[in-house]
Structures are given as C-alpha cells and as structure tokens.
Design a protein around this ligand. Sequence first.
Ligand code: COA
Length: 158
Amino acid sequence: MSEATRIVPAGVPHAGVLSALQTQCFDDAWSPSSIAEVLVSPGAFALLAVQGDAVPVGFAVARVAGDESELLSLGVVASQRRKGIAKMLLASVIERAVAARSRALFLEVAESNDAARLLYGARGFTAVGRRPDYYRRPNAVPIAALTLRLLLSSRSAP
Ligand SMILES: CC(C)(COP(=O)(O)OP(=O)(O)OC[C@H]1O[C@@H](n2cnc3c(N)ncnc32)[C@H](O)[C@@H]1OP(=O)(O)O)[C@@H](O)C(=O)NCCC(=O)NCCS
C-alpha cells in the first residue's frame, strides 16, 4: 500500500485531468467533454488518487443506478503501478457503492487484461458474462469483454 497516496472525490471541474489520466492508461480514452457528460448523469461519481501536492496518479469513474453500481473506468499511471493504488481506488468505489445500498458492483474488463483480472479477482469479483469481439481496434484482433460482478452487503465495505 502506498502511504503517500490519498483518494479524493472528483467532479466535472476535473474532467480534463481525468481524461489526461485515462489517455495514459487506455488506447481509447474519453475526451474531457465525454467525461463531463458522464459525471453529470444521475449517480455518477469520480475519484482521484493523488500524491504530494495533489499530483494525480490514478482515477476511477463509477455510477450508482438503482440497487446496482457500475465501475466505468479505472487506471493508474504506469510509473505508480504495483503500489496498491488501484486497490485503494477500488476499495473507495466499493465503499461508495455500499453506502448507496447497491447490492452488486459490475464492470467490464478485456479478457486479455491479466493485471486487471487479478486485481478484481483478488477482491472477490467473478465473471457473470462474456461478450465476444467486444473491443475492436484497427489492425488488431478483436478481444472479448468479461462482465464481472461483486455482490455487496453492508459487510462488503473495505
Ligand atoms: C490494472 C491496473 C489498474 C492496476 O493498478 P495498480 O495500482 O498497479 O494495481 P495494485 O498495485 O493496486 O495491484 C493490486 C493487485 O492487482 C494485481 N495486479 C495488478 N497489476 C498486476 C500486474 N501487472 N501483474 C499481475 N498482477 C497485477 C495483483 O494481484 C495486485 O496485488 P499484489 O500487488 O499484492 O500482488 C493498472 O495496471 C492500469 O492502470 N492498467 C491500465 C488500465 C486498466 O487496465 N484498467 C483496468 C481496466 S478494467
């Protein structure tokens, strides 16, 4: 666990920072306006992992909808990986979902993303669906998406 890392709430004013972080973590990042659009939708929220003088090193975007929550995106900049930061972000998302009385937290992950699958598997997520050829990129073999679910109860809070 990284001692110097803090998890703080983020909102529409942070859409540019969130988009920049996402660009560092994914090939197909969302624009600041797309992120802002998500964040104004009901139940949506974002978190930033920051270090020192509020230097952002990771992020999560999620949404509570009825009694279910969805983790829409999560990433940590390459230089700060394997320090427990994704684990901290995930714990905070779970905490928010439990506080909102969600019964389950869902997410989608590329079948080929071993690091993320290990992260989520260690926290208790299990696969409940598979979408073949879900991630399509130019000149690349399509990759399946797995839908993962974590069942929540008041005791799931980290
Ligand atoms: C996946 C990702 C978020 C992990 O972030 P991280 O801060 O390095 O993860 P953590 O240090 O909190 O690791 C938590 C656990 O996840 C697993 N894990 C994370 N990265 C791993 C890797 N490269 N190889 C194997 N296991 C890994 C391990 O079980 C790890 O626990 P351990 O360090 O005690 O063994 C990061 O690699 C990333 O941003 N990748 C690009 C974006 C992405 O794939 N996001 C998820 C899409 S659903």
